[in-house]
Design a protein around this ligand. Sequence first.
Ligand code: GLY
Ligand code: MN
Ligand code: MN
Length: 441
Amino acid sequence: MPIDVDASYEAHFREIETRAHDALAASGFDTVVIHSGSHVLRSTFDDQDWPLRPVPAFNHFIHWPSPDAFLVLSQGARTRLGYVERESFWEASFRPDLSRLERLLEPEPLKSREAARGLLPPGRAAFVGQDVALSAALDLGEPNPAILLERLEDARVEKTEFEIAALRVATQRAVEGHRAAEKAFMAGERSELALHLVYLGASNQDAFDTPYQNIVALGEAAATLHYIQYQAAAKSGARSFLLDAGATHEGYASDITRTHVQGGDGAADEFAALVRGLERGQQALIASIRVGEPFEGLHDNSHERLAGLLLESGIAKKGTSAEALVESRVTRAFYPHGLGHSLGIQTHDVGCRRTPPAEWNPFLRNTRTIAPGQVFTIEPGLYFIESLLGPVRSGPHKELVDWSKVDALKPFGGIRIEDNVVVRAQGVENLTRDAFGAAQL
Ligand code: GLY
Ligand code: MN
Ligand code: MN
């Protein structure tokens, strides 16, 4: 059934408008001007711009992928939207669809960016945007004050039904791409570039539209966490395929990883068993998510589960305990990144790392207490990364690991399984599994 994203837009807008007014009151400003953005040159030696990534605080209200729109929110006043209309015979102009906005704010076409100054009521104003020079030139308010930014970011942590619906659509698009790329890999495709293009075609997007650059890794390349150096030539011997790729809708991102194996010999079978084991652990972690618990506790638990998998697979030697693998930080060498992060307008959405993680979890981006409305990823991994395993190989805990197993599995690179989940008062919705339609275990 198609997802009706529009139906919940008005309620979303009114809710986050209230949150923004509260943020203004708490931070001592009367007004905030949020700028959609300005074009940015790719190189100062060239005349091409990057495609615009709208300022996230702007996208929270309106998906407007065009520069020089100014949203003006003031306590006790109707919200205004000024936008510069440009005609150019070089580029197609952005044609805004104002139909769902007119009940919510005052849209006001502007003759120039300078006219934006006229949108501000008297009082203390803040400017939120990337183009701080523009704000200074037009006197649009104090640029990006930390006290207000922090509150606006906090206001993005609990998603509205509109945002969850947009994330569902973004997930469905990504899942089409994942299905097609898996099928191509299983049919024998061994060019990373070709798999990347299959993904883009099936998810119906240009590379710039993806929320982050697709991670498309065959074989050993999967050990590079953010591998984007797709090889056009076939890697004919590769038997594993890690694809971390998403899509956007209304500016909201999905972020999904799957790892596939093809083979049949002993090592491929062992790697396939590891993939299944990691996926089982990932699903158990999702089932254990509880409102009121710290996210970091889940992350620590994912290391205990990984220790169990290392023992079960024989990568950790018999006689070693799960506690020893965690306490010695050997599991951190096999799985160095965080269990997950908040997801929304940004792939690594903001507002969930207000307090630092424990010193042994340096890359964890979510230290919040789990609460209804949060959307985050659950993405445990297991990799054979020589720069991290090397020091263990030669260090005081080298006896915990069967290095011949590690060497046999290294050509497969690594595993990550990543789903996107919504926390509800009564449990968790798994957007990714819902979109795939059926449990894949
Ligand atoms: N795709 C980047 C991440 O999973 O965080
Ligand atoms: Mn992620
Ligand atoms: Mn990812």
